[in-house]
Design a protein around this ligand. Structure first.
Ligand code: PRP
Ligand code: MN
Ligand code: MG
Length: 179
């Protein structure tokens, strides 16, 4: 059984779209020297962001996906990250942009960066739509961030709460109504 909640809009679809446009311009500038770019989305949360981002990118790109699952281990302070689905393609010598929806503790992105660097890409960059810097446990920061947000429970634009609400076109804040 689930606690009842409502969702309050925090970042509108329009505001997100404008930011994605700006970010795509910066990314296009960074990668203007290559036709070897692979844009890697981290499943599942990044699927909306990566779809919007690559459609704004005026560059030849390939799209690939990686699924990493992070989970807490009650016995330890550090988090383990498992790879549930690996990339289809090789990235050695390629230019790689990792796309994440949100960096929270940072364990997911930290682990993925380490794993992908070991494959010797030519260049590896990261972008996250949202960043919650106050929650950080792993030493990591995306090269580009859409919005820094406070420590709120957010959903929408790919981000779920118990697998729901990924399809909301905006970023919303979960507010529990039973308190
Ligand atoms: C969420 C989110 C990020 C990660 C951030 O993914 O999409 O990938 O957690 O948390 P962290 O910085 O503390 O590691 P989740 O594991 O819920 O999977 P999902 O993308 O399929 O929802
Ligand atoms: Mn995720
Ligand atoms: Mg999730």
């Amino acid at each position: 059984t689930q606690r009842p909640y409502v969702i309050d809009e925090m970042i509108s679809a329009k505001t997100i779209a404008a930011r994605v446009e700006d970010l795509s311009r910066e990314i296009a500038a960074e990668f203007s020297d290559t036709d070897q770019l692979v844009v890697v989305g981290l499943l599942r949360g990044s699927f909306v962001f990566i779809a919007d981002l690559v459609r704004e990118l005026d560059l030849p790109v390939e799209v690939d996906f990686l699924e990493a699952s992070s989970y807490g281990n009650a016995m330890q302070s550090s988090r383990e990250v498992k790879i549930l689905k690996d990339l289809r393609g090789a990235i050695e010598g390629r230019d790689v942009l990792v796309v994440e929806d949100i960096v929270d503790t940072g364990h997911t992105l930290f682990h993925v960066i380490g794993m992908l660097k070991a494959r010797k890409p030519r260049r590896l960059r990261t972008i996250a739509l949202l960043d919650k810097p106050t929650r950080r446990e792993a030493q990591v920061k995306a090269d580009w961030t859409g919005f820094e947000i406070p420590d709120e429970f957010v959903v929408g634009y790919g981000i779920d709460y118990a697998q729901r609400n990924r399809n909301l076109p905006f970023i919303g804040k979960v507010r529990f109504t039973d308190v």
